[in-house]
Design a protein around this ligand. Structure first.
Ligand code: SF4
Ligand code: SF4
Length: 176
């Protein structure tokens, strides 16, 4: 059985359509005049709080390779390698494995030099999982200041040794 629309029902349908369109446009219009709350990431970024626990950064010049941060890490994310030249360090690597890291910050507190920190950077995207093992070093080898300090120490040591040798030869001469 087919239903026929009466003239009054037809007008009511038109009115309902117009009414629902007006209600929708009223809501759209309300938001049209408001300041947008979205940002065009990655060109724009929202401010990150200072206490945010993002990708670590290392103040390499202050680090003494004491391993306290690596020992404190509950899941062994941190590995480091350096060669010691007296008090100076020649850096080979200082890696943090972000496949395992849970950003707990436990590595930061035991550092005696306050040189490892959680940063505010959070975007770390790669197609290769091996790249999640991230080297925190800002330079490899020794920095210039350390190299100069080492040269000075070696020169002092050589001068002291030479002074000691000349003293010994003088005392030998006076004895003969
Ligand atoms: S944040 Fe936590 S899991 Fe990540 S390296 Fe530090 S101690 Fe390890
Ligand atoms: S605890 Fe600090 S000083 Fe020691 S190895 Fe880690 S970052 Fe370097």
């Amino acid at each position: 059985m087919t239903q026929t629309t009466t003239p009054s029902g037809y007008v009511k349908n038109i009115w309902d359509s117009v009414k629902s369109t007006l209600v929708g446009m009223r809501i759209t219009g309300k938001y049209l005049l408001q300041k947008p709350i979205t940002v065009q990431y990655p060109d724009e970024r929202l401010p990150i709080p200072d206490r945010y626990r993002g990708i670590h950064y290392l103040e390499q010049e202050k680090c003494i390779e004491c391993l306290a941060c690596a020992r404190a890490c509950p899941i062994d994310c941190i590995e480091m390698e350096a060669v010691r030249h007296g008090k100076e360090l020649e850096w080979i690597s200082f890696t943090l494995d972000y496949q395992k890291c849970m950003f707990c910050e436990l590595c930061v507190y035991p550092c005696p030099k306050d040189c490892i920190h959680m940063g505010t950077e959070y975007a770390f995207v790669t197609f290769d999982r091996s790249e999640f093992k991230h080297d925190l070093l800002s330079f490899k080898g020794m920095d210039r200041a350390a190299r100069e300090r080492m040269k000075e120490a070696e020169a002092k040591k050589a001068a002291k040794a030479a002074g000691g040798a000349s003293e010994a030869s003088k005392s030998e001469e006076s004895a003969s």
